[in-house]
Ligand binder design. Sequence first.
Ligand code: ADP
Ligand code: MG
Ligand code: ZN
Length: 622
Amino acid sequence: MKFSWKNLLLWSLPILVISFFIWQGFFAPTTNETNNNIANSRMTYGRFLEYLDMGWVKKVDIYDNGHTAIIEAIGPELGNRVQKIRVELPASAPELITKLKKNNIDLDAHPTKNNTAIWNLVGNIFFPLLLITSLAFLFRRSNSTTGGPGQAMSFGKSKALFQIEAKTGIVFDDVAGIDEAKEEFEEIVTFLKKPEYFTAVGAKIPKGVLLIGPPGTGKTLLAKAIAGEANVPFFSISGSEFVEMFVGVGASRVRDLFKKAKENAPCIVFIDEIDAVGRQRGTGIGGGNDEREQTLNQLLTEMDGFEGNTGIIVIAATNRADILDSALLRPGRFDRQVNVDIPDFKGRLAILSVHAKNKKINPNVSLSIIARRTPGFSGADLANLLNEAAILTARQRKTEITLQEIDKAIDRIIAGMEGTALIDSKSKRLIAYHEIGHAIVGTLLKDHENVQKVTLIPRGQARGLTWFTPSEDQSLISRSQIKARIMGALGGRAAEEIVFGDSEITTGASNDLQQVTSMARQMVTRFGMSNIGPLSLENADSNPFLGRGMGSSGEYSDEIAIKIDKQIQDIVQECHKKTIEIIKNNRVIIDKLVDILIEKETIDGQEFRNIIKQYTNIPQKS
Ligand code: ADP
Ligand code: MG
Ligand code: ZN
């Protein structure tokens, strides 16, 4: 393309607009600093105050002349990991500083360092400079290629688009406990290493593999291990990063990603959280999302565009395969699906062994005891658990991790940070009765799990806690087991009623009652365990686009709805009656246990049972 005035005019208009835009948006001094501090999650100011009150906030950095804060907090909703969260502060929040000081929270204000004068100066020089250089650049470019104005508009190119790791350094031995998924992936490594084995017999190498599983089960790890084992580069991007302000950015990122990948084949392209872009199109309340759909369409186009044998394997991860657009799952796209589940006992043991390798653990600690105590833990939870235990050990200047630190770490991960026990008071007594109520009902019911410990030391939001030894096989639960759980959960409230009287019962049982109601409801509507008969009337979580509980009604008549409510009520009332009975019949033991609990603040399960045995028989657990 030759230089001409017509061309100059054509070019300068969009450039002016872009430069102005960049100037306003990306280099304005007020947003500059906070942009550096990438805190993706956000929290409302109100929630932040609640976090402050709970003592979950560790550090507060204030930016933008007090308009924004980046906080470091830990809490059960944050997976009990310290996370950076952005909070928009209201225009005037004078009480905040006092509050932060009072709670002794690490506070740092970051004033707008660069005063406006300097920025104006920089702007005065920078703006024309940018204009001139970009003009020069564009002319060079348009001379050498045939691109039109569209090329100049690729905003996406101005930022880091995706992560590239030439070598992930992760091998299959780092991944444990998910053997079926691993097997599937070993084959893919062979595809990447020796494609000719497959092409020789006319086999098409799969293009895409979808990893499905809950967070922290090792999906990212597994994808990296494939790249590591096959010794190929690893390109990754997260679906949530596609959610951008401008339409078209996501699509252009996808295009760039695949362009780079093709240049570097063989390689792995990893798309994390693909559900963020890959939701079923044309659904959702509030209409579709153009940006997301464009991104998704681009992704589909790219995947169709390269031949199966180019050596690119796209691995995507999600925890919600049910909401993915069916187009994604069609042959030639993500036609292989691999489930990665929360590990079972054997899996947990294997994962613990992997993560115990580089830690100094006392030889008396048996990993299988830890594995036994942690049903429901994901791989990430287990890694976190050993790390927490190591931190606790170091804090006490010990040289080896013992079972004591591990126990503490497990408790913290399950129930949140430990608080300090109340001083003796009426409410401490009430909480003691409440907890002993749970514990004794649980102990005296044949179908209930054993008590592991009872404590008055608060954790997270709970003021006292009764821990039960989890049973391993949680997949099949009998009707009498559910009923026992309902009664156990009602034990706290029942003890309050009997000991303190109807007018003194407290809000402390609200969480228990929620569980009770949900268990009873599921007995009736999902498990066919009521007089209505073996009918499935509600799904666990049928409509992902609606909140829980919404949208699941209407599958049965109003008549049935009334029956359901009645059945739930009957179940709970019957259980409540039996629970009250147990409390009444064991009042002497309960009083005794409460005194001990108030004095010692924690009673261990075996000790608890030994005390009860002096008064009554404990049924053999089934
Ligand atoms: P996901 O991507 O499924 O959310 P990640 O792969 O990011 O989970 O896992 C986070 C971390 O948890 C890993 O870096 C690893 O330390 C640990 N982890 C998770 N699953 C496993 C596993 N199966 N074996 C070993 N470590 C694991
Ligand atoms: Mg991940
Ligand atoms: Zn309770």
